[in-house]
Every structure is written in structure tokens, then in C-alpha cells.
Design a protein. Structure first.
Length: 138
């Protein structure tokens, strides 16, 4: 679990070739602002977000750590995304989860709404791959 927590705390889920996290040394705490630059559909877009809560749960069958950020005014969409890792004590597995909800805010995002889901799905897969790479033992 500790390598997965460390990967979350250092934003490693954003280690994706077509994505840049602005301020990757920012601490994971409520109020921290970051921006994600994404190359998609032939151009780069900048999406500003703020950490809105941090998760640190211990319960009888496991442990969970992560955080969520919400979009800021300059973001093309309005929503929230949560990144968590969870350790299940019963089978000793560690899993990575992304939960997101959003709706288009800008004109172009509304017009291209069906297409806007493609980069989000692509990000979810790439983020999982980045987390797996970040947690592998040497």
C-alpha cells in the first residue's frame, strides 16, 4: 500500500506522455491548485483544478487514501475527479480507482460533448498504467 500512497502523493498518476501537470511538486492538501495540460485532437488545453478534499480512511477490512479535485473557472468542464488507492486486508490486494463526474461548461465543450468523453476514457486507462509503473518494485 505504501508505494501506491506515495505515488498518489507525488502525482504519479499523471506520468502520461500526452499530459503535463503544472506544479507536480504541489502538496496534496485541500486548497492546492494545479493545472493539467492535455494534448488531444491536435491541440493542447489547460484545465485548472483545486483539491477539494483528502481521503484517509481506515476501516476493519481495509485502508483507503486519496484526494479529489474540482474544476476551476478556466476549465472547459464543470466537475470533480477523485483518485484513491485501497488496500483490502482480506485478500491483501491494492487497487487504484478514479471516479469522475462532469458536464460541459464552455461552448466548444458543449458542441463536442460526445468527443469530450474520449480523452477522459483515454486518461483513465493511461493513469492506471502510470500508477502500475509507479508502484512496481525494482
Amino acid at each position: 500500500m505504501e508505494p501506491a500512497v506515495a505515488a498518489i502523493q507525488t502525482w504519479r498518476m499523471f506520468d502520461i506522455p500526452w499530459l503535463r501537470l503544472c506544479w507536480p511538486t504541489s502538496p496534496i492538501r485541500v486548497g492546492t491548485n494545479v493545472a493539467v495540460m492535455v494534448h488531444h485532437f491536435g491541440f493542447w488545453s489547460l484545465n485548472a483544478c483545486r483539491v477539494v478534499y483528502v481521503v484517509g480512511d481506515n476501516y476493519p477490512s481495509g485502508r483507503r487514501y486519496g484526494f479529489a479535485y474540482g474544476t476551476l473557472d478556466d476549465h472547459a468542464e464543470h466537475g470533480e475527479e477523485r483518485f484513491t488507492v485501497e488496500w483490502d486486508f482480506q485478500d491483501d490486494s491494492v487497487s487504484y480507482h478514479i471516479m469522475a463526474f462532469s458536464k460541459p461548461k464552455r461552448y466548444l465543450a458543449r458542441v463536442a460533448f460526445p468527443l469530450s468523453r474520449l480523452p477522459q476514457r483515454r486518461f483513465a486507462v493511461a493513469s492506471g498504467t502510470a500508477m502500475l509503473a509507479a508502484t512496481q518494485l525494482p
